[in-house]
Design a protein around this ligand. Structure first.
Ligand SMILES: N[C@@H](CCC(=O)N[C@@H](CS)C(=O)NCC(=O)O)C(=O)O
Length: 213
């Protein structure tokens, strides 16, 4: 068995995706809590200085989606993608809308730049955040409404990549008090996922570095 070490932090939503996939695949891993992403020690592992990084037998891989693909290739069973190629593409399209389009413009470093460099006030930053969540979640909701069949999870009757990307993003949206009532299909998948051990164990409050644990 390969030795897996995940560098992450409790509130690292890209890392939460990877934690969910590791749990769905029942892969044991060491949780390495990152004290400071900007430290030289961490940048030696991940030159971009972002979380998460997976160390696998001592080799470091950055970017949550690259990590998930690697896990899928090394440990294909159980798969986190549907069997049908078109459904697989739909699941990836859903996951990439979150990971490539939504998450990068709303994450901490962007908000820090808006605040610290551009002097944007807190209310405007909240508006920015909610605007992009609304744009993305409306598209995701329509994507689920257009599925050829109604599944228990996003694109399958078992949880997978799309669900692993959705749930952390809903956690973030709740932290920012976004109105989620226009997205009943997203909320129904989220509720199904939250009943599962793989998702519960990946949640921010369950991580060893969660404050007060
Ligand atoms: N595209 C990257 C995004 C990674 C990312 O933005 N991580 C955030 C946390 S979710 C981070 O490390 N932020 C550090 C900071 O803001 O200082 C991935 O999917 O791994």
């Amino acid at each position: 068995m390969k030795k897996l070490r995940l560098h992450t932090r409790y509130q690292n939503s890209a890392g939460q995706r990877v934690r969910i996939v590791l749990n769905l695949k029942q892969l044991p891993y060491e949780y390495v809590a990152i004290p400071a992403v900007s430290s030289e020690a961490y940048r030696a592992i991940n030159p971009q200085g972002l979380m998460p990084t997976l160390e696998i037998d001592g080799r470091a891989v950055a970017q949550s989606m690259a990590i998930v693909e690697l896990l899928e290739e090394l440990f294909p069973d159980p798969s986190v993608l549907p069997a049908d190629p078109l459904l697989r593409a739909e699941a990836r399209s859903f996951a990439y809308l979150i990971s490539a389009d939504l998450h990068p413009i709303n994450n901490n470093r962007v908000r820090r730049y808006l605040d610290g460099v551009l002097g944007v006030d807190e209310r405007q930053i909240r508006d920015w955040y909610r605007h992009w969540v609304g744009e993305a979640f409306s598209s995701l909701e329509r994507q689920l409404a257009q599925r050829s069949a109604r599944y228990r999870f996003c694109f399958d009757d078992r949880p997978g990549l799309a669900d692993a990307c959705l749930v952390p993003q809903i956690d973030n949206a709740r932290r920012f008090d976004c109105d989620l009532s226009p997205y009943p299909l997203l909320l129904s998948v989220d509720a199904q996922c939250r009943q599962l051990d793989a998702f519960k164990r990946a949640a921010p409050a369950m991580q060893p570095d969660y404050p007060g644990r």
